[in-house]
Design a protein around this ligand. Structure first.
Ligand code: GTP
Length: 596
C-alpha cells in the first residue's frame, strides 16, 4: 500500500468513556465486521478483559474507507487504558501519527485523558478532539466542547460529537481521520525498521507480534533480527488484521500489522524493540525501547503446600504471555515455599493472581504488596530490596524509594480534601491549573508506596467519587524508612513484615497487632503479639490462654486423659500453620494481609 493513503491512529480516553464501543462502531461502519459477526467490544479478546471490561492488550485493525473516490487504509491501534500499562500505551502512541482524544460528553475531561494527552503531545501526534455519548440525556456537549477546545487550543466547533451507541457522527469521524491525520513518512529503500508495539502469545501460532513499519519492507521468509536482544528469527508469516489475520506478501513504509516467527515466549519479541533484516540491518534502532520494570512485589504461596509444583508450572506458562511478569522462588517460615513476584502495578498483580487461581485451579495467599527500595549500606555497597523480610538490619546509610508524578482532576470544591490527603501521603505539590471555572488539575510528586495501595479509594471517597487520578514513575528519593516486624510469642513472622515511613510505623504496628488479635484463636497459653522496629517494641496485644476451659472437664488430674484431650483438640486444626509454637489459621494470613 502506498503510504499516501495510509492513516494510523489510536484512541485515548479515560476508562468508561466509550473507547471500545466507538471502535466497534468504526469496524461496522467500514464494513470490516458485519452486524452478524459483531459481538460487543470486538477488540477485547481475552475473557478476563471482557469480564473486567478493560483492555489489557493493544491490537491493530485495518479498515478500508473511501473519501472522494480514493480508497484509504485506516489502521486503528487499540491502547490499554490503565496506568499499570503506561509504557505499552506510549509504544502504541509511537506507532501512530494521530490520536482521537475521546471524552464522555456527560463527564468531561478526566485525569487519564490528560495524562495520555500529554503522552500524545510528547510523541508529536495530531489530536482529533471528540465528544462521545452525545445521546445521553445528561450530556453537556457545549460545555465540554469548550473545555476540550480550550485544553488543546482549537475552536469549540472543531470538536466532533459522536455516539458510540447510536453510531451518530461516526462516518464524519472517519472522514475527518482521512483529512486531518498526516500520511506516514519513511524511507522506502532504506534497511527495514519496524517497531513492536505489542506481542501476544497464542496457543496455536506461538507469539503474534504487532508492528508498525517505519522504513523499508518486511517480507515472508526473510531472516529478521530484534535490535535490542540481537535474537534472529525466520519470518514465517506477516500480514494485517481486518478483523482476522490476513497474510500478505509483505509490509512496507507506514503499514501496521502482525508477524509470526514461531517463538513461544513473548520475551523474545519485546514491546518497544525494533525489527530489522539480519543480512541488511539498519544502523540505529528506532529508540524508546525499555525493559519492562516491575513496580510492585508480592509473595505468592499455595495454601496447600503440595501445590507448589503446580504454581511453578503456572507461572512459567503465564510468563510466556507476559514479558512484565517476573518471579523467583521464596521461602517463608510462616507460609512455606512460594514465589516472590514482580508486577507493573496492583491491577497487574490482581489479574495475575486471578488467572493463577482460575486457570490453574490454585488457592493462593499473597503477601502485602511492597515496592522496590534501593539501599546504600555503610560500606557503600548497594542492595535492592523488594521483600521486607530481606531488609538489611542496621548498617544503613541511605534508603531510596520509588516516586511517581500524579495528575489529579477534581471539581474545585474538593481542592482542600485532595491537598490534605496528598500531604498525609507525603506528597509534594508540583502545580495546579484550572481547566475550567469549576475543574482543577493538581500535580503531585508522591512515593509510589503511598499511592499504590489505597490512595485511589481514599481519593474517591473524599471527593464523593468525582476525582480521577493518573500517575507515572518519576525517579526515586531518599526517605526515612524502617522495617516493622510482627512477632508472635517472640518469634518474627516474616510474611507480616513491612517497610514503612518512620512516622507511620507505629500505626502499622497497632493495626496489625489489633487485626491478628482478632484473627488468631485462643491457644493453650498466652500469646503476645508484638510489633517491633529492630529490638524496640512499638505495639503489643495479647491473646489469652484457653487451656483451663478445655481441661476443666477432667478434675481428677489423670495425665493420660488430659493428653488425649489436647490431642483431640489438635486434630481439628489441620488447616493451621505453626508459627513457632503458635497455631495460626490460614484465614488469618489472608485476612491480615488484605488491604482493609
Ligand atoms: P475500554 O477502556 O477499552 O474497556 O473501553 P471504555 O471503558 O473506554 O468504554 P466502553 O466502550 O467499555 O464503554 C463504557 C460504557 O459506556 C459501556 O457501558 C458502554 O455501553 C457505554 N457507552 C459507550 N459509548 C456510549 C454512547 O455513545 N452512549 C451511551 N449512552 N453509552 C455509551
Amino acid at each position: 500500500t502506498d503510504p499516501s493513503v495510509i492513516r494510523n491512529f489510536c484512541i485515548i480516553a479515560h476508562i468508561d468513556h466509550g473507547k471500545s464501543t466507538l471502535a466497534d462502531r468504526m469496524l461496522q461502519a467500514t464494513g470490516v465486521v458485519t452486524p452478524r459477526q459483531m459481538k460487543a467490544q470486538y477488540l477485547d479478546r481475552m475473557d478476563i478483559e471482557r469480564e473486567r471490561g478493560i483492555t489489557i492488550k493493544s491490537q491493530a485493525v485495518r479498515m478500508p474507507w473511501n473519501v472522494d473516490g480514493t480508497d484509504y487504509a485506516l489502521n486503528m491501534i487499540d491502547t490499554p487504558g490503565h496506568v499499570d500499562f503506561t509504557y505499552e500505551v506510549s509504544r502504541s502512541l509511537a506507532a501512530c501519527e494521530a490520536t482521537i482524544l475521546l471524552v464522555d460528553a456527560a463527564q468531561g475531561i478526566e485525569a487519564q485523558t490528560l495524562a495520555n494527552l500529554y503522552l500524545a503531545l510528547e510523541n508529536d501526534l495530531t489530536i482529533i478532539p471528540v465528544l462521545n455519548k452525545i445521546d445521553l440525556p445528561a450530556a453537556q456537549p457545549e460545555k465540554y466542547a469548550a473545555e476540550l477546545a480550550n485544553l488543546i487550543g482549537v475552536e469549540p466547533e472543531d470538536v466532533l460529537k459522536v455516539s458510540g451507541k447510536t453510531g451518530e457522527g461516526v462516518e464524519e469521524l472517519l472522514d475527518r481521520i482521512v483529512r486531518d491525520v498526516p500520511a506516514p513518512q519513511g524511507k522506502k529503500d532504506a534497511p527495514s525498521r519496524a517497531m513492536i508495539f505489542d506481542s501476544v502469545y497464542d496457543t496455536y501460532r506461538g507469539v503474534v507480534t504487532y508492528v508498525r513499519v517505519v522504513d523499508g519492507t518486511l517480507v515472508p521468509r526473510e531472516r529478521i533480527q530484534m535490535m535490542s536482544t540481537g535474537a534472529t528469527h525466520e519470518l514465517l508469516e506477516i500480514g494485517v488484521i481486518s478483523p482476522e489475520p490476513i497474510p500478505s506478501k509483505g509490509l512496507s513504509v507506514g503499514e501496521v500489522g502482525y508477524l509470526i516467527t514461531g517463538v513461544k515466549d513473548v520475551r523474545q519479541s519485546r514491546v518497544g524493540d525494533t525489527v530489522t533484516n539480519q543480512q541488511k540491518p539498519a544502523e540505529d534502532s528506532l529508540g524508546g525501547y525499555e525493559d519492562p520494570k516491575p513496580m510492585v512485589f508480592s509473595g505468592l504461596f499455595p495454601v496447600e503446600g503440595s501445590d507448589y509444583p503446580v504454581l511453578r508450572d503456572a507461572l512459567e506458562k503465564l510468563q510466556l504471555n507476559d514479558a512484565a511478569l517476573v518471579y523467583e522462588p521464596e521461602t517463608s517460615t510462616a507460609l512455606g515455599f512460594g514465589f516472590r513476584c514482580g508486577f507493573l502495578g496492583l491491577l497487574h498483580l490482581e489479574i495475575t493472581r486471578d488467572r493463577l487461581e482460575r486457570e490453574f485451579n490454585l488457592d493462593l495467599i499473597s503477601t502485602a504488596p511492597s515496592v522496590s527500595y534501593n539501599v546504600t549500606l555503610e560500606d557503600h555497597s548497594e542492595v535492592e530490596v523488594t521483600n521486607p523480610s530481606e531488609f538489611p538490619e542496621g548498617r544503613i546509610l541511605e534508603i531510596r524509594e520509588p516516586m511517581v508524578s500524579a495528575t489529579i482532576l477534581v471539581p474545585s470544591e474538593f481542592i482542600g480534601a485532595v491537598m490534605e490527603l496528598s500531604q498525609s501521603k507525603r506528597g509534594e505539590m508540583k502545580g495546579m491549573d484550572y481547566l475550567s471555572e469549576d475543574r482543577v488539575e493538581l500535580r503531585y510528586r508522591l512515593p509510589l508506596a503511598e499511592i499504590v495501595f489505597d490512595f485511589f479509594d481514599q481519593l474517591k471517597s473524599k471527593t464523593r467519587g468525582y476525582a480521577s487520578l493518573d500517575w507515572k514513575a518519576d525517579g526515586e528519593q531518599a526517605a526515612d524508612l524502617v522495617k516493622v516486624d510482627i512477632l508472635l510469642q517472640g518469634e518474627q513472622v516474616d510474611a507480616f513484615s513491612a517497610i514503612t515511613h518512620k512516622d507511620k510505623a507505629y500505626s502499622y504496628g497497632v493495626l496489625m497487632t489489633g487485626k491478628l488479635q482478632k484473627l488468631i484463636p485462643r491457644q493453650q497459653y498466652e500469646v503476645p503479639i508484638q510489633a517491633a522496629i529492630g529490638s524496640r517494641i512499638i505495639a503489643r496485644e495479647n491473646i489469652r490462654a484457653i487451656r483451663k476451659d478445655v481441661l476443666s472437664k477432667c478434675y481428677g488430674g489423670d495425665i493420660s486423659r488430659k493428653r488425649k484431650l489436647l490431642e483431640k483438640q489438635k486434630e481439628g486444626k489441620k488447616r493451621m500453620k505453626m508459627v513457632g509454637r503458635v497455631e495460626v489459621p490460614q484465614e488469618a494470613f489472608v485476612a491480615a494481609l488484605s488491604s482493609d
